[in-house]
Design a protein around this ligand. Structure first.
Ligand code: SAH
Ligand code: SF4
Ligand code: F3S
Length: 463
């Protein structure tokens, strides 16, 4: 009989991808994914260490799981509990010490060894594996499944060598590593053949991608992200391409040219800036100024005038003055974001900024965050309202809450709700936008309208 596997995912899209691959690695052992932990035979928490709140969730969830594990009926066999992801990587020993109910702890670079970890756990051993192994994790994992949803993630780059002073990622994910281009293209072909129409390329610094070609004629040649996007766009069935998260320092000319030339590359880019103050950017070790960022955005917009932008911001970095915070507000307003994420600075153990003397009071951070979020929300509303009356190509991804409702994405990552009679899931259809809300749009599928190319594009937004 199939065993039940419940995976709970925290953190970034890379964890979402990793969770999918963990499930695939466990399928040959007879595990099938379920939606509830209650009677699961194995529960995995795929965790995030980026901010204090994210990490804290792990131990409270482990408390709940302990109760579930204790309640297992006789004869059901023990519930195996695994902790994966970035908290596991950073605090593996601590988890085993504090949480006796945990059977397996493994990091983002070792989940391909799950079959071995499970075998050890079944023997009653508590297994810890947080190496940074030399072997290619991806080459060891089973092939992608034969059926996937219309939108798929594909990790092409892992780790980070940038060491921003506030950030744990270089410690939890390890050094920057790009998957070989041929391996990425093969996975994209498999995803497209299995039904994916949109592929989002993932990496902590996805535009630092430089995947080698192997083989006799490759001569050590490497492919950057711009070149890789061109090759992906040629794959039959790949109709939309996105990538995240990119770093402003790695936007090279080939990538800008891809935004100009490749219609499959969607006109939406998450390009985190963190702060608008040059002093704070330097203290953060971002290694660019506010004006460098503005110039990068100008180059991208010259190549793709309808490009919509998103960002991450940190407020209340140690020593940030009111004037420096206002520089962030100014930069955000000047760039004009379609959406953005903003966070209070959270001191993370082991990072340089956590040691800084001038930590700001929680109340100052909270007040600045509220002001920045008010501005970002206003900008998002303006952006969404400008879509009213426009016709956009929407890729339908999932059923809505109400019967007959389907939810899809515009080229600009807006979530679009449509009432539809037939089954639109997986379709890319023109939708006339009727109304804008804070976080979504509603629209009507354009019936009998002219056939529209299955891509987003300049001509489609007539706002
Ligand atoms: N690689 C990406 C960021 C990954 S982390 C990049 O370079 O942009 C996602 C976001 O979390 C960051 O962009 C940053 O805004 C936020 N973040 C990271 N560390 C943080 C910390 N210590 N406190 C608050 N926010 C943080
Ligand atoms: Fe963290 Fe900076 Fe690396 Fe992004 S670039 S993952 S913020 S260290
Ligand atoms: Fe979190 Fe790790 Fe992603 S810390 S943001 S899960 S890389």
């Amino acid at each position: 009989m199939a065993k039940k596997l419940f995976i709970k995912t925290y953190g970034c899209q890379m964890n979402v991808y990793d969770s999918a691959r963990m499930a695939e690695a466990l399928a040959p052992l007879g595990y099938r994914s379920v939606e509830e932990p209650a009677d699961a035979d194995m529960v995995i928490l795929n965790t995030c260490h980026i901010r204090e709140k994210a990490s804290e969730k792990v131990f409270s969830e482990l408390g709940r799981l302990r109760a579930l594990k204790d309640e297992r009926p006789d004869g059901a066999g023990p519930m195996l509990i695994g902790v994966a992801g970035c908290v596991a990587q950073a605090e593996g020993e601590e988890i085993l010490r504090r949480a006796p109910q945990v059977d397996m702890v493994f990091g983002p670079q070792t989940y391909h060894r799950l079959p071995d970890l499970v075998a050890r756990a079944r023997r009653g051993e508590r297994a810890l594996d947080t190496d940074f192994p030399a072997e290619d994790k991806f080459a060891t994992l089973p092939d992608r499944p034969r059926a996937v949803s219309a939108t798929a993630f594909l990790t092409i780059q892992e780790g980070c060598d940038k060491f921003c002073t506030f950030c744990v990622v270089p410690y939890t994910r390890g050094a920057e590593f790009s998957r070989p281009a041929a391996e990425v293209l093969a996975e994209a072909r498999a995803l497209a053949a299995a039904g994916a129409r949109e592929i989002t390329l993932l990496g902590q610094n996805v535009n630092a991608y430089h995947g080698a070609y192997h083989g006799a004629d490759a001569n050590g040649r490497e492919e950057g992200l711009g070149g890789l996007i061109r090759r992906l766009a040629e794959i039959e069935g790949v109709e939309r391409i996105r990538y995240t998260t990119s770093h402003p320092r790695d936007v090279d000319d080939a990538l800008v040219a891809a935004h100009r030339d490749v219609p499959e590359l969607m006109p939406f880019l998450h390009l985190p800036v963190q702060s608008g103050s040059d002093r704070i950017l330097a203290a953060m070790n971002r290694r660019h100024t506010g004006d460098d960022y503005r110039r990068t955005v100008d180059r991208l917009r010259a190549a793709r005038p309808d490009l919509a932008l998103s960002s991450d911001f940190i407020v209340g970095y140690p020593g940030e003055t009111e004037a420096e915070f206002e520089a962030t507000l100014r930069l955000a307003e000047e760039i004009g974001y379609a959406q953005a994420y903003s966070f209070k600075y959270s001191p993370r153990p082991g990072t340089p900024a956590a040691e800084a003397a001038e930590q700001l009071a929680e109340s100052v951070k909270a007040e600045r965050l509220a002001r920045l979020q008010a501005l970002l929300n206003r900008m998002q509303t303006v952006f969404n309202e400008a879509s009213i009356g426009a016709e956009m190509a929407v890729l339908f991804e999932r059923p809505g809450r109400r019967p007959g409702q389907v939810i899809g994405r515009s080229p600009f990552m807006q979530s679009v709700h449509v009432e539809a009679a037939g089954d639109l899931l997986g379709e890319i259809l023109p939708v006339r936008i009727a109304a804008a809300h804070a976080n979504s749009l509603t629209g009507v599928a354009v019936a009998g309208g002219p056939a529209m190319p299955p891509i987003g594009g300049r001509a489609e937004v007539r706002a």
